[in-house]
Ligand binder design. Sequence first.
Ligand code: HEM
Length: 515
Amino acid sequence: MFCVVSDTPFSVTAISVETCLLSFLAVVLVVLLISHLSKPKLRLPPAPYALPIIGNWLQAGHNYNHENLSCLSKKYGEIFLLRMGKRNIVIVSSPQLAKEVLHTQGVEFGSRTCDAVLEIFTGKGQDMVFTVYGDHWRKMRRIMTVPFFTSKVVQQNRAYWEQEIDNAMKDLRNHPAASTTGVVVRQRLQMLMYNNVYRILFNRRFEKEDDPILLELKRLNGERSGRAETFDNDHGDSLPVFGPFLRRYLKKCEEMMMERRHFFYKYFIEEHKKRIMLNSPVNEDKCALDHMLDAQKNGEMTEDNIFYVVENINSAAVETTLRTLEWGLAEIVNNPEIQKKIREEMDTVLGKGVPITEPDVSSLPYLHAVLKETMRLHMPVPLLLPHMNLQHEKLGGYDIPAKSEVVVNAWWLANNPEWWEKPEEFHPERFLGPQKMDVNGNDFRFIPFGVGRRSCPGIILAIPIASLVLGRLVQSFELLPPPGQNKVDLTGKWEGGQFSFHLAKHSIVVCKPIS
Ligand code: HEM
């Protein structure tokens, strides 16, 4: 009895602890159940089966490009979701939904995603291209519009571009191999593009291809695109298992950015400041850097902003236009009848031997159609730049969780056989029909520069420069594949992560002067 009695207090305590624990557990379960049931059920876009931790990495991660995404869109529809580790990526592949993202809900989807490497490249959004949609972006675009993105800039620079193109044609004529075994024309056009852009940016040009500063600039830019692309960046950021590799990689990126910053300050920014101390520029003579330095004085930009915006222009302007020129030239070489038609159009409209100038571009519809067809078939930025919604949004009837990456597959819009006849063929005539589809996005099937708030402001420069260069090449030379070859190789390759698609091998082209 005593034993039982003496045991009683202990048993009572044991029962009450057990009861308490069970009740607590029950309460927790009920709360969890209620919160689960009361949570609004998300209607997410269709998605391929995603594995735990790695998500859809096996289906798309190792081959995340416009062609693979087009295949997935045939299976999962015009909007589908990919889960890359912790990232949600929404792929949009119809003109209607592209219009929603870029135009109708342009504010909602007007931000950009930034992975760990891009955060280093942009100083965590201190730039213009990758910053979120908001006041900072508006300010940067406003400051850069006056020196870069107006038709007045085209008028101020056109004579200079025409002179640069003249110089390039002369160099090609004088190159001993150009008319026999052929040359990599891209190499000379690259200096031409740096000169055209760096004049507006820094009022600076390079005289020779072996200028040590130009060589160093090209080396640094090549290294930067490579770094944006590698395995560690693409997957280390979204897949936590690769985290340790990423840390080492990010350190290398930071070191590279320090080196770039030192380079740009030493050879361009400080050098320019010294020049303007002696002779300060007024209105028309001001380059973009002068405008940025003025903004710095007014407290609208910091030294960091200036560096990251310079970085933006440096990477957005030169290689995109150059790659368009490279694809266009390759197609012109491979299609002699198209080359002949371009030449005949210029002979008829301008007169034989009269070099094309900027005001002529608008009266040469066939040349313009060749440029458009080049950008349709070989879109230089096939997935545009990634868009992002800061808040939860609806798209095509589906829920898009906040901070999803929204990718418009612009290449597929321009190459889907549903609305393009024989899209795999290079056929400029398709742009000469009554539809008047233009590069400015008047039709969402063809949007190589994007549309809306985050669309490319550089279109105003890229189109006249590219038309002038291609036109002048065709006027000056008969452009042929190298001896023993029928055609130049048109295999493409990705560079700079998901951003840019270009010719895998730089074409060698024979340039036979036309007297
Ligand atoms: C053929 C040449 C070019 C092509 C195909 C091209 C294409 C593009 C594309 C697709 C975008 C992203 C649009 C979006 O995400 O919706 C973009 C953005 C941009 N491009 Fe270009 N571009 C070219 C030349 C240039 C040039 C010459 C410049 C400058 C001088 C430039 C400056 C920019 C800037 C600053 C942005 C970011 C706009 C923003 O986020 O506010 N681009 N470009």
